[in-house]
Design a protein around this ligand. Structure first.
Ligand SMILES: O=C(O)CCC(=O)C(=O)O
Ligand SMILES: [Fe+2]
Length: 280
């Protein structure tokens, strides 16, 4: 138990729809940033039937085979497969990054034809949590757009070790998204992974001494020794959750007998700025 935690207020995700969340919290995103709530979980935000159809389209296109990566320009390999444009993976070359993002903007409507648009589902729900701010795909001052969202495909034991995501803190970032004070993620489950393979969020920011602990890959042992509060967000197809990415989090590297597929976005917000930028 955290010493600062008021008795009787366990650190638990809030499961509700966007409208009730925004009734409960005047500033929902700040409730995440302040650590009042670890995550908002919007069950059934997207139709599970459309998730199944989307998965069938991916299978048809061979998106679950690494052999397809070389042939499909919007797929990239690494510890997990990406379908879409990742700033983290592609940002080193600006021209290449924005050209890749353009191709993703062209591909997604074709992939979603006849189904509800899952990217819009994320943006629409985020807008309800956005305190009247405008939610839009991130762009540079010259109008070049980032990728709108990205599918992440986790096979086998793939995951993410304990980390934070922060464009602001990324050294030498010359991208517009680095100006936001706060960063969040929105994750929509398309196919459920094996039980226990969904993300774990810790009540801990990667600051000071902890940043070094994370850097050395020793965070898990530290969290255990300190008994840090943590929550695991178990998702079913169509469930969407939002969390503060400057809280340390991980995707367990456990044996998966089922491929986990999510649609993910990053979100940049500053209290004094009217626009919220979304990218991947
Ligand atoms: O898939 C998730 O639930 C979280 C993934 C994550 O932390 C990331 O993509 O940076
Ligand atoms: Fe992350």
């Amino acid at each position: 138990m955290n010493a600062h935690e008021p008795i009787g207020h366990a650190w638990q995700p809030l499961e509700a729809d966007a409208e009730s969340i925004s009734r409960q919290f005047p500033q929902p995103l700040m409730a995440l940033a302040n650590g009042t709530v670890p995550a908002f979980v919007l069950r059934g935000a997207y139709s599970s039937g459309d998730c199944t159809d989307l998965m069938a389209r991916f299978t048809e296109r061979g998106y679950f085979s690494r052999d397809t990566v070389a042939r499909e320009s919007q797929l990239s390999g690494g510890p997990y497969l990406d379908l879409g444009t990742s700033l983290g993976r592609m940002g080193a070359d600006r021209d290449e990054f924005f050209a890749h993002a353009d191709r993703t903007h062209a591909l997604f409507p074709r992939l979603f034809a006849g189904l509800a648009d899952p990217v819009q589902t994320i943006y629409r729900n985020l807008a309800q949590l956005a305190e009247g701010k405008t939610v839009k795909t991130a762009e540079e001052v010259d109008g070049r757009r980032y990728g709108p969202a990205i599918f992440r495909i986790y096979h086998g034991q793939e995951g993410h070790k304990a980390h934070i995501d922060s464009a602001r803190r990324r050294a030498k970032s010359e991208y517009a998204v680095s100006r936001f004070a706060h960063q969040f993620a929105g994750i929509l489950c398309v196919q459920k992974g094996t039980i226990g393979s969904d993300s774990i969020i810790y009540r801990a920011k990667s600051e000071g001494k902890l940043a070094a602990v994370v850097e050395r890959g020793e965070f898990e042992a530290y969290a255990k020794a300190q008994n840090l509060p943590r929550v695991q967000i178990e998702l079913n197809p169509g469930d969407l959750y939002f969390f503060y990415t400057e809280n340390i989090h991980k995707l367990p590297q456990t044996a998966r007998d089922r491929t986990r597929v999510v649609l993910a976005v990053f979100v940049g917000m500053s209290p004094e700025v009217d626009e919220i930028f979304v990218w991947s």
